[in-house]
Design a protein around this ligand. Structure first.
Ligand code: CAO
Length: 424
């Protein structure tokens, strides 16, 4: 049995007081009249028999002789609702004796799941909970559609349908069986101190937030990473020349990559898109805002540079310097970190030959950039030393096919290989 009210609650006529569960059925026992719960005679898990008293209720309205209520005939163990209240509150109303309309509307609050199940515990009958358990659904994740947010069987079924259709489940949700869930083992609990000296260091706020986002994106997005190399020998010569002419600016290869990415997004609009929440349509964006992963002492943040298509290399270099500084000084506002279409994560200043960046949902692709290196490239007659930039394009395979990703990566490499193409 579940108890849906507590002492002091104002209840409306017909509001469910308890849910009774037998082997075969469950039923809710409604209040036969409105009032205030003075005393509860039952608790969760009690077994009830016909005639047992559930609660003493101070009925709304003044006069009436209190008396035990008759048991509902169809209940698995059908109890009465009210018993004769103590003299101090002898204001009870005999069920059925209360004249219709003697309860003012204000004494009949609409059913509210938050009232009957305070806190974040969702309200659902035992039968619905059992149904959810059977399907491996965490009832906390289900949104109730009935009056007052109550969860009904159909809500559980709709939740499972949606989870199966999207091929995913909310983080923290219970696994959906039949291949729909991850069914992960619990995280290993190890007493590390048993094996040697340790020190505990709490994660920063940024690490906690970005960690949760990365975990969701890694778990929910089917990732593939396409690798490519761009010959940036000429680009580097131009960058150095431009840098020498603009000494006040730090003109790194990243601004050229941003421009090349915008050209590729224009040529392959599917990369400048997001899946909508239902997973049934693609939102294609006509603007070009690029997120840049910035490494800060407190963790990774991704500020967004807006309208990259409309800005020149020097403006972008200025803006990149500004947002990197703000990121490291923790001065970025929320709107400087939202609205991105595609992200770039550059580890080129550090090293590495390739990596698999994680797509920054709801974006559908991200470009990882590693350190450029001079390598011998066969030019038809001989091996020539060329500066090659490693590109690692991770993408959401639900939205982008492998062939399209390979074309995007080749296009990008061509843009960087011949920056005159950026003018087209
Ligand atoms: N190959 C070779 N050299 C490169 C290069 C590349 N791909 N990219 C940058 N460089 C050089 C720069 O030219 C610069 O050289 P100089 O000091 O001689 O001018 C040096 O490396 C350092 O560059 P930088 O890192 O300061 O600047 P940037 O514009 O390339 O990057 C920023 C800016 C903010 C993206 C970077 O500082 C940063 O934080 N990167 C880390 C991002 C990250 O953590 N990603 C991982 C996320 S997990 O997916």
């Amino acid at each position: 049995m579940e108890v849906l009210v507590k002492v002091g609650d104002t209840i409306a006529k017909d509001q469910s007081l308890v849910t009774l569960e037998s082997d075969k059925a469950t039923m809710e026992v409604p209040a036969p009249f409105a009032g205030v719960i003075r005393e509860l005679k039952v608790k969760v898990g009690d077994e009830l028999s016909e005639g047992d008293v559930i609660a003493i209720v101070d009925a709304a309205g003044e006069a009436a002789a209190p008396a035990p209520a008759p048991a509902p005939a169809a209940a698995p163990a059908a109890p009465p609702v009210a018993e004769k209240p103590a003299p101090i509150a002898a204001r009870g109303v005999l069920p059925g004796n209360a004249p219709e309309g003697d309860v003012p509307p204000t004494a009949r609050p609409p059913f509210d799941a938050k009232i009957v199940m305070p806190g974040d515990v969702p309200y659902a009958s035992p039968a619905v909970r059992a149904f959810a358990r059977e399907l491996g659904v965490d009832i906390q994740q289900v949104k109730g559609s009935a009056r007052g947010g109550r969860i009904v069987r159909e809500d559980v079924a709709a939740y499972v349908k949606h989870a199966l259709a999207s091929g995913a489940r909310p983080v923290g949700g219970a696994p959906v069986p039949a291949g729909g869930g991850l069914n992960l083992l619990p995280w290993p609990k190890v007493d590390f101190a048993k094996f040697g000296e340790i020190e505990e260091k709490p994660l920063s706020r940024i690490q906690k937030i970005s960690g949760a986002n990365l975990a969701r994106n890694w778990a929910m997005i089917p990732h593939v990473t396409q690798h490519e190399e761009a010959d940036i020998t000429e680009l580097e010569a131009f960058r150095k020349q431009l840098g020498a002419e603009n000494k006040e600016l730090k003109l790194t290869p990243l601004v050229f990559q941003m421009k090349a990415v915008v050209a590729a997004l224009k040529a392959f609009p599917q990369f400048n898109a997001s899946l909508d929440a239902s997973g049934e349509k693609l939102i294609l964006k006509k603007y070009f805002h690029i997120g840049i992963a910035v490494d800060t002492p407190d963790g990774l943040v991704v500020p967004v540079i807006r309208d990259v298509d409309k800005k020149g290399l020097l403006d972008l270099a200025r803006e990149l310097g500004e947002i990197s500084r703000k990121a490291r000084e923790k001065k970025l506002g929320p709107n400087e970190m939202s609205g991105g279409c595609f992200s770039i994560s550059s580890l080129g200043g550090i090293g590495g030959t390739a990596f698999t960046p994680i797509v920054n949902a709801p974006e559908v692709a991200i470009l990882g950039v590693s350190k450029a290196a001079i390598k011998p490239v066969w030019n038809g007659k001989e091996f020539a030393p060329r500066l090659l930039l490693p590109l690692s394009l991770s993408y959401d395979h639900r939205v982008i096919d492998g062939a399209l990703a390979a074309r995007f990566a080749v296009f990008l490499a061509n843009q960087l290989g011949d920056i005159r193409r950026l003018l087209l």
